[in-house]
Design a protein around this ligand. Structure first.
Ligand code: AP5
Length: 223
């Protein structure tokens, strides 16, 4: 089972890169934020509970998040492994993931930190547009779609996220960066952390991420 963890501040480019890596490595992308937004759209109790935290820019409590993620890892398409986008977000989540994988005889292969300075994050998030079908990402000035309002990849309409309003973005940065630092430290201590410069163009960041996992023997021998 191959497990890649993508780490980064809100707006660092995790989702953008996770979509590309998922296609490149033929692994599913599992994004806790997407799972919460889908549950909220469906009006499930979990989704309604999560939405209140997301609107305030806070992390959803671990007792909701960890169970949801571990259940997702049981799905048949996750049998070969996954690219985790947005999980783990704090130390208890990282510990829970390690324990759950160990129970399956697996472990995190690498934690890839997409590093972007805080002043760039606000600009990225407030200008972000997402495709409504699959969440492909665009930016109104840096990476606009070929046709305004339409996804280049699947032709669906582009939308903005409720939590990309400037005041919520600022709250997300204020409330979440401390926990991210703990997770980064967790993987650094385990020798699994690889850091790439997220300020580079999207294709260059992808290339750096692929270079970062290339030395892992398992990945090299199972393309
Ligand atoms: P989630 O959906 O995970 O959001 P996030 O972590 O805040 O990250 P984003 O999706 O906003 O940003 P990204 O890093 O994916 O950047 P993107 O690629 O889109 O979580 C939302 C909420 O759900 C959380 O706030 C929390 O409440 C809750 N939640 C989720 N997981 C949780 C968990 N595990 N525990 C508890 N709560 C949880 O790119 C951003 C923009 O930049 C785009 O416009 C893109 O085009 C542009 N861009 C990307 N790369 C580049 C580049 N190289 N150069 C220039 N522009 C770029």
């Amino acid at each position: 089972m191959r497990i890649l963890v993508l780490l980064g501040a809100p707006g660092a480019g995790k989702g953008t890169q996770a979509h590309v890596l998922a296609r490149h490595l033929a692994l599913p992308r599992v994004a806790t934020g997407d799972l919460f937004r889908a549950a909220a759209r469906d009006g499930t109790p979990l989704g309604i509970a999560a939405q209140a935290y997301m609107e305030r820019g806070e992390l959803v409590p671990d007792e909701i998040t960890i169970g949801m993620l571990l259940e997702r890892l049981e799905a048949p398409d996750a049998g070969r492994g996954v690219i985790l986008d947005g999980f783990p977000r704090n130390r208890p989540q990282a510990d829970a993931l390690d324990r759950a994988l160990a129970d399956r005889g697996a472990a995190v292969d690498a934690a890839l930190l997409v590093d972007v300075p805080a002043d760039e994050l606000l600009r990225r998030l407030t200008g972000r547009w997402l495709c409504s079908a699959a969440g492909h990402t665009y930016h109104e000035t840096a990476y606009p779609p070929r046709v305004p309002g339409v996804c280049d990849i699947d032709g669906s309409a582009l939308v903005q996220r409720d939590d990309d309003r400037p005041e919520v973005v600022q709250a997300r940065l204020d409330k979440q960066l401390g926990a991210l630092a703990d997770v980064v430290e967790h993987y650094r201590a385990a020798g699994l952390l690889r850091t790439v410069d997220g300020r580079r163009p999207i294709a260059a960041v992808t290339s750096d991420l692929l270079d970062a996992i290339e030395p892992i023997p398992y990945w090299r021998s199972h393309p």
